[in-house]
Design a protein around this ligand. Structure first.
Ligand code: OFO
Length: 162
């Protein structure tokens, strides 16, 4: 059985994951409107992944006898000044999520909730991957350049994401 404090914190994290999905969906829409269809596809895949993260927490809360609660989702930014600005925002956001997961782990330890601590290990590893994925895209921007040709090549490459 989840302690109330942990249940509430997990619900907040579930909301953050769905908020992430919303932010990435908004980024996908901005890219699509600007004809960057590859970047848009990448962001749509990312948004789907975030929905999956939220669902994972939803099921865990239920399994532990808690009640998943859907909260309101903040309106995401609609437009970004450049392709680079979008991915920089994505990295900043993932670092914020990593911090949030780390705080959840600390709380599970404080409450001596081993099941939640073990459950959160998946998210700890996932955050390493999430940050690293965006960091390597930013490196690719440096390598390929931000001129039309560089953006064209990367749009194609990122569009190949399943
Ligand atoms: Fe759910 O990892 Fe990104 O936000």
């Amino acid at each position: 059985m989840l302690k109330k404090e942990m249940e509430q914190a997990l619900n907040e994290q579930m909301n953050k994951e769905f908020t992430s999905a919303y932010i990435y969906a908004a980024m996908a829409a901005d890219f699509a409107a600007k004809d960057y269809n590859g970047f848009s596809r990448w962001m749509i895949a990312q948004a789907r992944e975030e929905m999956g993260h939220g669902q994972k927490i939803y099921h865990f809360i239920l399994e532990r006898g808690g009640r998943p609660l859907y909260d309101s989702i903040e309106k995401p930014q609609e437009q970004w000044d450049s392709v680079l600005a979008v991915f920089e925002h994505a990295l900043k956001h993932e670092r914020f999520i990593t911090k949030s997961i780390d705080e959840l782990v600390n709380l599970s330890r404080k409450l001596d909730d081993k099941a939640t601590e073990i459950f959160l290990q998946w998210f700890v590893s996932e955050q390493v991957e999430e940050e690293s994925n965006v960091e390597s895209i930013l490196v690719k921007f440096e390598q390929a350049g931000l001129d039309n040709r560089g953006l064209y090549l990367l749009d194609k490459e990122l569009g190949a994401r399943e």
